[in-house]
Design a protein. Structure first.
Length: 321
C-alpha cells in the first residue's frame, strides 16, 4: 500500500510516517519502480507508535515495544525491555508531577499573600504609581448572570425571627430573637471562596452565586457608615462552619462577626430560598433588616453583590427608625 493509505489506516500523518522511517522504526519494501510498499505489519507498527506516544512515551523510545512484536509476541509490552520502557516513562512523569506540584504550591502561597494584602486596602486607595485600586481585583465580571426575583422572600417582612442560636466567628453564640433593640443587618450568602480552593463546578453560571468576598468587603468598608445610619449590629451568615468563617474574618479584616449555620436552621425556620451546587445545599443571597425581633425589610434578590452594602446604606438613610 502507498504511504497515504498507511497514514489513514494508522491514524497518523504522512509526515509522521516519514519520521518513523527516518528513525528506522518502519522499513517498507520497495517496488521495482522505487516506490515504498507498506504492509499490514507496518500499519500495526504505526498504530503502536501512535498509542505509545499518546501515553507520553517519545517516538524515539518505542523501539523496544516494536522489537517485541517483531520477535512474535502478541502484545508489544510482553517483553522485559517494554516493561522497562514503561517504568522509565512513569519515573519521568512522577518527576514532572512533583515539579508541577511544587510550582502549584508556590503559586497558591503567592495568591494567599496577595489576597491578604489586597483585602486590607480600601476601594479608594491606590498604589504610588496611580494604578487602579487594589480592591478592583475583587470586582465581578460584567457577564455574570443576574438572579430573578422568584418571590421566595416575599413572605418574610413582618415575620418574627425564630429563637435560634448560631455560633459566631468570635467564639460567641448569637440568639436571633434576642438581638436587642434597634436594627440588625444580617446579610446571608452562599459561601466565601478561599485562595487556592476551587469553587463548585459551574459556580459562575449560577445566577447570584458569585460575589461573596466583594460583598463582605463592601460591608467592611461601609461598616461605620452603616452604624451611623442606624444599624446597631451587622452580621454575615452562611452554612460554612465556624473555622471557615473565622478565617474569612481574619483574611478580610472584617469588623463584625460571621454567623455559621451548617444545618441551614434559619432556612428551615423561615423558609429561606436555597439552591444546590456540587451536592451542597446553599443559601441564596439575601439580606434581612431585623428590628426589635421582627424582620422589617428584606433585600432579595441581591445583585450586584459588590454594590449591596451601598444599597443597604441608602435604605437605612432613607428609612427613619
Amino acid at each position: 500500500m502507498r504511504i497515504g493509505e498507511l497514514a489513514r489506516r494508522a491514524g497518523v500523518t504522512t509526515k509522521a510516517v516519514r519520521y518513523y522511517e527516518s528513525l528506522g522504526l518502519l522499513t517498507p519494501a520497495r517496488l521495482p519502480n522505487g516506490y515504498r510498499d507498506y504492509g499490514e505489519h507496518d500499519v500495526r507498527l504505526a498504530r503502536e507508535i501512535r498509542a505509545l506516544s499518546g501515553l507520553g512515551i517519545p517516538v524515539e523510545r518505542t523501539r523496544p515495544f516494536l522489537d517485541c512484536l517483531a520477535v512474535g509476541h502478541r502484545h508489544a509490552d510482553d517483553c522485559p525491555a517494554s516493561l522497562a520502557g514503561y517504568r522509565q516513562a512513569i519515573d519521568e512523569l512522577s518527576q514532572r508531577i512533583a515539579g508541577l506540584t511544587a510550582r502549584r504550591t508556590a503559586l497558591i502561597t503567592h495568591l494567599q499573600q496577595a489576597a491578604h494584602r489586597n483585602s486590607r486596602v480600601s476601594p479608594s486607595d491606590s498604589d504610588d504609581e496611580g494604578e487602579r485600586p487594589m480592591n478592583d481585583y475583587l470586582s465581578l465580571p460584567a457577564e455574570l448572570p443576574v438572579p430573578e426575583d422568584d418571590g421566595a422572600a416575599a413572605h418574610l417582612p413582618g415575620t418574627p425571627v425564630p429563637p435560634l442560636e448560631l455560633r459566631g466567628s468570635g467564639d460567641t453564640t448569637v440568639r436571633l430573637d434576642a438581638l436587642g433593640a434597634g436594627r440588625t443587618v444580617i446579610y446571608v450568602y452562599p459561601l466565601t471562596g478561599r485562595p487556592g480552593t476551587d469553587l463548585p463546578e459551574g459556580w459562575d453560571a449560577i445566577p447570584g452565586a458569585r460575589g461573596c468576598t466583594p460583598e463582605a468587603c463592601g460591608f467592611r468598608d461601609h461598616y461605620q457608615e452603616l452604624l451611623a445610619a442606624g444599624a446597631v449590629r451587622v452580621f454575615g451568615l452562611s452554612s460554612q462552619d465556624t473555622d471557615y468563617q473565622r478565617e474569612v474574618v481574619e483574611r478580610l479584616h472584617l469588623p463584625f462577626d460571621m454567623l455559621s449555620d451548617p444545618p441551614l436552621s434559619l432556612a428551615g425556620a423561615l423558609d429561606l430560598p436555597t439552591f444546590e451546587a456540587a451536592g451542597l445545599t446553599l443559601y441564596k443571597r439575601l439580606t434581612l433588616i431585623i428590628r426589635d425581633g421582627v424582620i422589617e425589610h428584606v433585600f432579595y434578590p441581591v445583585f450586584p453583590p459588590n454594590d449591596h452594602a451601598d444599597q443597604v446604606l441608602a435604605w437605612l438613610r432613607d428609612t427613619p427608625h
